[in-house]
Ligand binder design. Structure first.
Ligand SMILES: Nc1ncnc2c1ncn2[C@@H]1O[C@H](COP(=O)(O)OP(=O)(O)O)[C@@H](O)[C@H]1O
Ligand SMILES: O=P(O)(O)OC[C@H]1O[C@](O)(COP(=O)(O)O)[C@@H](O)[C@@H]1O
Ligand SMILES: [Mg+2]
Length: 443
């Protein structure tokens, strides 16, 4: 017998709003046919892979994203606000563009405002009026034209501003921190009984947001990282006992490093925050590199910025350091590794040639326009957000789950982190491609 299915409930607006026919019904480009509108019984399963022999738990499902036959807003009454928060990610401008064009063209909305410079912009800056003409080429630009920032989250001031300006739809584009802030805004808006649709659009170059398949901009970042790895390879190959060392973004998850390694194939060792490693002794990094240099004369190392942080010596004040959003400030693992490698070689092989070339592409992998795949992803994401908000859903996140777009409760996404699972076959594949040691086993 098939297991039962539990569909995750979505908050929705009710209050004084009336139901209206979806204007797409009259839109000459759409000609809605049977099956065009999504109904409440249309769901996307959270999981598609099961062990049937151990399958007795109910299946979890999310409401499918897409246009609804009836909507809760009249176009002329909509006043939408769009904000971008946190670090940059390829595709932020595309999401803004598609929100503006989608609201305008699909639903006839005319009052659309951009909030400058992240959360703080709600209460400290003038909103920018947006329209399709203004945003038409934004998908070709890196960064966010609206500007972004960290910190500045003042819940009461933000919700006061939403109330004062009469925004009844708020589109919040940001990462894990932003989504936690969006949960607070959603709760405060509900507490004040305001009829405001709140949606969080997940943005993270590190791909650390859970439940969704992947975040927009991530694939672009992996593509951009290839150049750095190739350069490190050339440098390492062209030296005697050459090491090419590349640091890639990934504060607490190593997805960029992992995927860059898998797609590049010149990498000898990939170090990520989810896996601890050690330098000295049997099974350690130095022993591995010693062997590689003997066999091949060079080696390429890719390290995620959050890997090995616990091994880097730091002062008391460095331990306490936080950015404006409260994120721990990391020390440079690349600089530390480079100096540790040099010391090791000098000690073990005095007088022998050895070179470490350290490449830190930092912002170059994220401060670029999205590639074609990410751009179309951003479009579907933005349109999913609009359809959901127009239908009266609130406190949700649109995103792809197993290839299909769904609406996920905001709070659930804000609480879930997407870590690299070092016990699944993908990580084993990385290890086998690089032929690197399993640092878990200290002999
Ligand atoms: N737990 C939280 N509650 C409320 N707001 C938060 C929280 N964490 C971060 N924020 C706010 O969200 C915004 C972006 O957070 P940040 O961590 O810098 O980036 P990201 O959203 O990309 O993870 C900042 O304005 C920050 O103040
Ligand atoms: O210098 P900034 O702007 O704080 O950005 C650096 C950080 O931003 C990131 O690229 C992304 O972080 P968020 O997605 O959480 O904003 C991290 O990998 C990196 O540590
Ligand atoms: Mg973050």
């Amino acid at each position: 017998m098939a297991a039962a299915t539990i569909t995750r409930k979505l908050p929705s607006l009710s209050g004084d709003l009336h139901h209206h026919q979806n204007p797409l019904e009259e839109n000459p480009f759409f000609h809605p046919s049977n099956g065009f509108y999504i109904t409440p019984s249309d769901v996307v399963l959270a999981q598609v892979v099961y062990d049937l022999s151990a399958d007795s738990q109910p299946r979890v499902a999310y409401h499918r994203a897409g246009p609804r036959r009836e909507i809760l807003y009249e176009a002329s009454a909509v006043k939408a606000a769009i904000v971008t928060c946190g670090g940059l990610c390829p595709g932020m401008n595309t999401v803004i563009r598609e929100l503006v064009v989608g609201l305008w063209e699909l639903y006839g909305v005319r009052q659309i405002y951009g909030i400058p410079a992240g959360y703080r912009g709600f209460y400290s800056m003038e909103p920018v009026e947006l329209n399709p003409k203004l945003v038409h080429d934004w998908h070709k630009k890196g960064g966010t034209v609206l500007a972004t920032s960290r910190g500045g989250f003042n819940l009461q001031k933000i919700v006061d501003a939403i109330q004062l300006n009469g925004y009844n739809q708020v589109y919040i584009i940001g990462g894990d921190g932003t989504l936690r802030g969006a949960v607070e805004i959603f709760k405060e808006v509900s507490r004040r009984k305001l009829e405001v649709g709140i949606t969080g659009i997940p943005k993270t170059v590190d791909n650390d947001v859970g439940i969704i398949d992947r975040s927009f901009g991530f694939q672009t970042a992996v593509e951009m990282a290839q150049e750095a790895i190739s350069a490190a390879h050339v440098e390492a190959q062209s030296a005697v006992n050459g090491i090419g060392l590349v640091k890639l973004m990934g504060r607490s998850t190593g997805h960029i490093a992992l995927h860059s390694t898998l797609s590049n194939r010149d990498v000898d060792c990939c170090l990520i925050p989810e896996m601890s490693f050690y330098l000295e002794g049997k099974g350690g990094l130095f022993e591995f590199l010693e062997q590689r240099l003997k066999e091949r004369g060079h080696a390429v190392l890719v390290v995620a910025e959050g890997a090995g942080q616990e091994m880097i010596p730091r002062s008391e004040s460095q331990k306490q350091e936080r950015d404006e959003s409260g994120n721990a400030v990391f020390l440079d693992v690349g600089v530390w590794l480079k100096s540790a490698l040099n010391e090791w070689w000098k000690r073990e092989h005095p007088g022998e040639l050895f070179t470490v070339k350290y490449i830190d592409p930092t912002y170059m992998i994220r401060a670029v326009p999205a590639n074609a795949t990410d751009n179309s992803y951003c479009t579907l994401l933005a349109h999913s957000a609009i359809h959901g908000v127009m239908a009266g859903y609130t406190g949700f996140v649109p995103g792809p789950i197993n290839g299909n777009y769904a609406y996920i409760p905001l709070e659930e996404v804000a609480q879930t982190k997407n870590e690299v699972n070092t016990s699944d076959p993908k990580w084993a594949w990385v290890r086998s491609v690089a032929n690197q040691p399993d640092f878990d086993k200290k002999f």
